[in-house]
Design a protein around this ligand. Structure first.
Ligand code: PXP
Length: 251
């Protein structure tokens, strides 16, 4: 049987809700503690340039309080590199970022920015963080991520999830095939493979079943489900669906 799949719970949108009123609640740190207790193997947080959800103080507090690893998502900017080097989180996931986007829309263009990114991630690795690169399921990008010295890639599952949600099943299955092939390709190169973006109870099983994928990072859907089920039970349900898919048991 494949190794146990890790679940990283992205708590950005607890901060989105907090910031909508400008106060201190709901507290992302409290969400992180509940996620840990519900079986999250790690906490993921994205400090955006515009600080639209997580703020610098949230990252400080998470580094202080977490008992599980922090996966710090950030753009490849000097400002973020300095913050990551100060905190030395367990993992840094480099993502593309555009001010006008609602969420991280695509994967990073590694192939075109190879030299710049190689120089960018080297100090992060030297500081002891595992560097992950968020990319589309594209062989060129995976080869480039490997060449620049990343240890991990995170495959963008957004296209697959959107096609599933919108009933475009042929496109969904084509994208699932790409994810399947590229997870195996990256694993053969020696990269650790993660995946995430847009995952729900409904579309997670085939991704969780891919034996090369070691970690899923899931946020927005879980926070929405938390409104109805409570955060702990929403995460436990995801964990159960992931584990069943991994074990080859139909949910
Ligand atoms: N992985 C990465 C690299 C992301 O940027 C995001 C979104 O911030 C996620 C996973 C989680 O996506 P979602 O919130 O749609 O579950």
């Amino acid at each position: 049987m494949a190794e146990k799949l890790r679940l990283g719970v992205n708590i950005d949108h607890v901060a989105t809700l907090r910031n909508a009123r400008g106060g201190a609640v709901p507290d992302p740190l409290r969400a992180a503690a509940i996620a840990e207790a519900a079986g999250a193997d790690g906490i993921t947080a994205h400090l955006r340039e515009d600080r639209r959800h997580m703020r610098d103080a949230d990252i400080d507090a998470l580094m202080e309080a977490l008992n599980v690893p922090l996966n710090f998502e950030m753009a490849a900017t000097d400002e973020m590199q300095a913050i990551a080097l100060r905190h030395k989180p367990h993992a840094v996931c480099v993502v593309p970022e555009k001010r006008e986007e609602r969420t991280t829309e695509g994967g990073l263009e590694v192939a075109r920015e190879e030299n710049k990114l190689a120089g960018f991630i080297a100090p992060l690795r030297e500081a002891g963080s595992r560097v992950s690169i968020f990319i589309a399921a594209d062989q060129r990008q995976i080869e480039a991520a490997h060449r620049i010295g990343a240890e991990v890639i995170e495959l963008h599952t957004g296209t697959y999830c959107d096609a599933h949600a919108e009933g475009r099943f042929e496109e969904r299955d084509d994208e699932l095939k790409r994810l399947t092939d590229m997870a195996a390709f990256a694993d053969d190169l020696g990269l650790e493979v993660h995946a995430g973006h847009g995952l729900t109870y409904g579309c997670v099983p085939p991704i969780a079943a891919l034996p090369q994928i070691m970690e899923l990072n899931i946020g927005h859907f879980l926070m929405g489900e938390a409104l109805f089920l409570g955060l702990g039970p929403a995460i436990e349900k995801m964990r159960g669906i992931m584990d069943a898919a991994r074990a080859g048991v139909a949910d």
